[in-house]
Write a protein that binds this ligand. Structure first.
Ligand SMILES: Cc1cc2nc3c(=O)[nH]c(=O)nc-3n(C[C@H](O)[C@H](O)[C@H](O)COP(=O)(O)O)c2cc1C
Length: 349
């Protein structure tokens, strides 16, 4: 990398852990807590840019209240993530140039070229903000490296909770192959963060051992004090889920439940394999799955309880998520544990 991560993000402590920019779930409280703990906090934006602006203002004051001081005064020491297929670039740019987030995270474009359009516009609006782009394959990583020159590529493995392009590989093969391809292509200065299935320090250590410069966790932070959950039932489902390769599944049916799937066709999402998924897999027609979902939504639990008809987005690492902690505790514990894991691994060889 051209300069060390510590130079680019001076408030961080190695190994760097970031929370995923989960739209609607990762708000100012989560982002501020993660950055305050020496990680990189991200706010995940949805469509509403006025709300994002408020969230960034609120994150700024949360950081100030916590006496959070950083050498880098130009940008706000948190990042903001955009789902490109649904956000208007013209509406996002004024918020970015006003609030100057340290990082702008770009994901899920309708077409790959949108990454380039966004990168150029973001650089113009806020030259000091770094650009991180989430992709899920070596080939896209290489193309994006050459068209956008991002500071970091977030390599999203197929274990990831939430949406991503399919098909894909797990991070154990995806990260090292991408690192090799980037180095060979003359892109060694681009960093890699691994995402997908990392829920504790052992996963962070594995990502680093595979050549990642840091780790992104989404699902783990669903059981944090600071996350915004759409319903109380979500937390129970996350804490109860075990054996994530079986209890979660990647599918498009989760987005079809309301009858208004807004996602471009190249994306599916990993969620808890509840009743809607199981019905659909066993041959129940989509219209009937949607009817059953519509009835469940009218219950007090809004489909997030009972046999689980609503989508609870979670990665395969959900079985390792067993208790609620503060986001700061999660960051510190995963960091310390990753260090120990790496020490132990080299000692015992
Ligand atoms: C509830 C949830 C919401 C998510 N929302 C977004 C999003 O808005 N934008 C995005 O780029 N990724 C989103 N993701 C995917 C994450 O960026 C990341 O790839 C994933 O969380 C990593 O896998 P993990 O959940 O196993 O840690 C979401 C993931 C989850 C679990």
């Amino acid at each position: 990398m051209s300069s060390s991560l510590k130079e680019q993000y001076p408030w961080t402590t190695y190994p760097i852990i970031a929370n995923a920019a989960m739209g609607g779930y990762a708000g100012p409280a989560l982002a501020a807590a993660v950055s305050r703990a020496g990680g990189i906090g991200f706010i995940g934006a949805l469509k509403d840019m006025a709300k994002l602006n408020e969230q960034l203002v609120s994150a700024k004051s949360l950081l100030k209240d916590g006496n959070f001081e950083v050498a880098n005064q130009v940008t706000l020491p948190i990042g903001v993530g955009f789902l490109l297929f649904t956000v208007s670039l013209d509406e996002a740019i004024p918020v970015i140039s006003r609030q100057l987030p340290a990082i702008v995270w770009l994901a899920c474009p309708t077409q790959e070229e949108d990454f380039e359009t966004w990168s150029k516009a973001v650089r113009k609006a806020s030259p000091s903000s770094r650009i991180w782009i989430q992709v899920a394959s070596v080939s896209v990583a290489l193309r994006v490296a050459s068209t956008c020159e991002p500071d970091v590529l977030i390599m999203q493995g197929s274990d990831a909770g939430g949406h991503g392009p399919f098909p894909g590989a797990g991070i154990v093969s995806l990260v090292p192959e991408t690192r090799d391809a980037l180095d060979k292509g003359g892109f060694s200065k681009i960093g890699i963060f691994a995402a997908g299935g990392i829920s504790d320090g052992r996963g962070v250590a594995a990502a680093l051992a595979c050549g990642a410069d840091g780790a992104v966790m989404g699902t783990r932070f669903l059981a944090s004090n600071e996350v915004d959950l759409p319903a109380t039932g979500v937390l129970d489902v996350v804490l109860e889920a075990k054996d994530g390769g079986v209890s979660t599944a990647r599918a498009t049916v989760f987005d079809d439940l309301t009858g208004k799937n807004i996602w471009p066709p190249q994306y599916d999402g990993r969620a808890i394999a509840g009743a809607s998924y199981k019905d659909f897999k066993s041959g129940v027609k989509l219209a009937e799955v949607q009817n059953r979902y519509a009835s469940a939504v009218k219950e007090p639990h809004r489909g997030f309880g009972g046999e689980l008809r609503a989508a609870v987005w979670a990665g395969t690492g959900v079985g390792l998520v067993r208790e609620v902690k503060t986001a700061g505790e999660i960051v510190k514990e995963c960091r310390d544990s990753a260090r120990l894991c790496l020490e132990r691994a080299t000692k015992s060889v």
